[in-house]
Design a protein around this ligand. Structure first.
Ligand code: GLU
Length: 293
């Protein structure tokens, strides 16, 4: 029996905190509940400016302390850029990508300009969407700029992509059948200016390559799943099940983050907490995964 395969996929940009413990235990428990289930650890370290080896070592130590284990070697995204490039080439061959030469400032200026005509600024769940400045550049002229070495990102032309795939959906274990709204995040970046891939692209490629059958992660990434589903369809990849869990909040009702230093797992450990009490702290949210809003 092949069983279920889950993964916990942190970025080594800081120490793990209680929110990470919730995510990791959620994935671990989902895999442990079925015979033959497997839990994987994946290191999402595509950003060389923010990721540090000491955080990589620390997170393994924290996860082991929590009682988790995983097959080695773990997949480290920084070692697999060729896989992401192959996927990018495939999308390029489908004609659903374009180079984007915009700086952050170009984008902000364009959004500010369009702000005078609000119907022109499409809003997404995380703020205004990319206004599409480079979407209609002359193809040959844009290609010549790329060849000349001009710095650029690669974006997904979502409208073209959706025209190819037609309507899509996925199954979320908490929310049921979800119709994909691929335009939700606009023409997302698939390869950054400074890194030849992106969160969206590498996660989709890796989940497929690693045979992940159930993607568990926080509801803050629910929007991302719409675009991941589209990428899976374009790349001909299998579609895992999803389960987005609620998030732990701090006392002000704001999502726990690295800024809440006191919740770092190692700080809690040093303060005398044991793994059972960490489980206790995250249980109310993970037990309610079906009911988050
Ligand atoms: N690396 C992502 C993060 O740390 C999680 C990716 C995912 O679970 O899809 O937020």
């Amino acid at each position: 029996m092949s069983g279920i395969v889950t993964r916990f996929a942190p970025s080594p940009t800081g120490y793990l905190h209680l929110g990470h413990a919730l995510s990791a235990l959620f994935a671990w428990d989902a895999a442990s509940q079925v015979p033959g289930g497997r839990f994987l650890l994946r290191i999402e370290d595509i950003d060389p400016h923010r990721c540090r080896p000491e955080f990589d070592a620390a997170l393994r130590e924290d996860l082991s302390w929590l009682g988790l284990s995983w097959p080695e070697p773990v997949r480290r995204q920084s070692e697999h850029m060729a896989d992401y490039q192959a996927a990018l080439d495939r999308l390029g061959a489908l004609g659903v990508t374009y180079p984007c030469f915009c700086s952050r400032k170009d984008i902000a200026d364009e959004i500010a300009r369009a702000g005078n005509a609000p119907h022109l600024v499409a809003m997404g769940p995380e703020g205004p969407l990319y206004p599409g400045l480079c979407r209609h550049l002359d193809r040959d002229a844009a290609a010549a700029r790329v060849v000349a070495g001009e710095s650029h990102a690669i974006r997904l032309d979502v409208a073209k992509a959706v025209a190819l795939t037609g309507p899509l959906s996925w199954h979320d274990r908490g929310r049921g059948l979800i119709a994909a709204d691929a335009g939700l995040l606009g023409d997302v970046v698939l390869a950054r200016r400074d890194v030849p891939t992106s969160y969206h692209l590498s996660v989709v490629v890796d989940d497929a390559l690693q045979g992940v059958t159930l993607v568990t992660r926080g509801e803050d990434l629910f929007h991302a799943t719409h675009i991941h589903r589209l990428l899976q369809a374009l790349l001909g990849l299998p579609v895992p099940d999803y389960h987005h869990h609620g998030l732990l909040m701090n006392e002000e009702g704001v999502r726990l983050s690295k800024r809440d230093g006191a919740t770092a797992l190692r700080a809690l450990r040093e303060a005398g907490l044991d793994p059972a009490s960490i489980r206790q702290r995250v249980r109310p949210v993970s037990a309610n995964a079906e009911n988050f809003h």
